[in-house]
Write a protein that binds this ligand. Sequence first.
Ligand code: NOJ
Length: 554
Amino acid sequence: MTQSPRPSSAEIIRDGTWWQSAVGYQIYPLSFADSNGDGIGDIPGIISKLDYLADLGIGFIWLSPVYASPMVDNGYDISDYRAINPIFGTMADMDRLIAEARARQIGIVMDLVVNHTSDQHPWFQAALADPSSSFRDFYIWRDQHPPEGSPAAIRSTFGGSAWSRDAQSGEWFFHLFAPQQPDLNWTNPALRAEIYAMMNWWLDKGISGFRMDVIDLIGKQPEAGITADGPELHRYLQELHEATLTGRDALTVAEAWSASLTNAPLYSAPDRREVSMVFQFGHVTQFWDEQLGKWKPKPIDWPKLKATFATWQTALHDRGWNSLFWGNHDLPRAVSRYGDEGHFRVASAKALATVLHLMEGTPYIYQGEEFGMTNAGFTRIDQYRDVETLNFHRIQLTEGVDEEAFLAGARANSRDNARTPMQWSAEEHAGFTQGQPWIQVNDNYRWLNADKDRLDPDGVYQRYRRLIALRREYAVVRHGTFRLLLPDHPSLFVFERSKGPDRLLVVANMSGQPVILPACEIPQVEGIDILTGRAVSTGAGMELEPYAAFAIWL
Ligand code: NOJ
C-alpha cells in the first residue's frame, strides 16, 4: 500500500476557457426568491441572493426565461425577446442583475428560446392578421391537417397533434410544444437575421452567453417527418456562431435531447465553431419506459448509468466538451431520483455531487440541489401547475390509464418536482415569499432549508462549495483523462482522473448498504480525502458506509 502524496501546489488556471473551470447554477425565476410579496420569484429577489451564490463559488447563472410572456409554459413562450416580464421586474432590474453579478465574477447566461415564440408575439399576430404579410413565413403552415400515418402527422411533446388550425385563414400551423408556442421557420433567412440581431443585442448588454432551448429542433422538416437533428441544423448553428459569437468570449450550451455519441462532437468541437457544449440526456432517458416514457420511470441501474457516463467522458475528451448535470427545471430532484431522500438524504446528495463534479465537463447545479432539496411529493392533480403534466393527465386518463398509476409517475417525474419554491429558511413559506406562493412549498422546509444546511460542516452545501473550489484549483479535475474502475459493481462508482503526474481516485458507494471495497481491483492507498481533509484508505477489507464518497491522490 502506498501513502498518497498531494500534487506539489495548487495551480493557477492557465488552461482552457473560463467556462471549463466554472460551475453553472440554474435559476428558475418563478421559484427562486420573491422580493415583493406577490408569491412569484423576481429579478430583485435574485439580486438579493447573489452573495449566497458568490459564497457557493459558482461562475455563472443559467437564468430560465424572464422575457415578456403569457406564461403558458412558464416563460418558454416568449412574446417579446427584448422585454422583461413585469412579474419578474423591469429591464433596469435586469441591467442591475448583470452588473451586480459581474461585480461578483458571476456571468449571466440567458435562456434562448428560438425554436418557437408565443402565439402572442407580434410576429405571429402579424402572421395571423394578414396571411400575405412577410411574417407569415416566420412560421410553418400547411393547407390541411396531414393524414394520420403520413410523415407530417407529428405529435406535440405536450400531447396531441403538432398542427393546429388558424380559424381565420383555415390553414394549419406547426408547434412541437403547446399550440400557444408556434414553431419558427428557420429556413427563412429574414427570421434568422432577426434572431441573430436579438442575440447580439443581449450580448452587447454584457451577458455571458446563452442556454439554447431545444436547439436541435431548428433544422426540422415537418413534411419529411423530421423534427430533431435535421439536415440543416449544423449549418444554422455555424451561421449563428459567425453572426453572434465570433470575437466574443461567450458560453453557449445547446439543449439537444437527440444528441448522440456520434453527433455530439459536431456541436462542441472547437474547430467547428458551433457551441461550447451540449446538454445531452442519455443518462436520463435510459431509465424511461419504452411506451409511457417519463410517466413510468424505471429504477436506476448503476452499472448502466456508470457505463453511460464513462462512454460520454471518453467520447468527448479532447473532441468536444461535456456538460454535467443531475437535474434541471424539467427533471426530478437529483436526490429523489438517484439518491435516497428517505434514509440517506444528506449522504446520498453529497455522493451524487462528488461523482458528478469530479468528472470532466462543466457541472450545472439546479437551484436547491446544493442543500439537497427533494421532489414535491404532490398526491393530487390539483397541486400541479405544469402544462405538460396537466395535459398528459387528461390524455392518459382518457386512454384508460389508472389515475393512481399516473399520479405515481407524476410524483416521480413531473416537471413540477423541481419547481417548488426555494427553501431558504424555516420561516413561513420557506422564506421564499411574504405572500402566497404560486405553487405549494414542500412541507419539509421546516427542517430542510439552506440556512440550516449551510451551518453544517458535513452538510450538502459545504460539499458543493468544496467541489466547486477543487475544479478551479486542479487541472486534473478540469481536464484529466477519465477511467472507470469496477464497471460491473452494482453500487460502487469508482473512477480515476489523470493528467501528467497527477492521479485522483474517486470512490463512492451509491447504495444504502455498507460495501466492502474489493481490494484487488482498485489501487491500494491511504491518505487524505481532498473533500473533507480526513484520513481514508482503500486497503483490503475497507468498508464503505452507505453513500460514503471520497477522493484521494494516487
Ligand atoms: C425545453 C425547456 O427546458 C422546457 O421547460 C420547455 O417546456 C421546452 N423546451 C419548450 O420550450
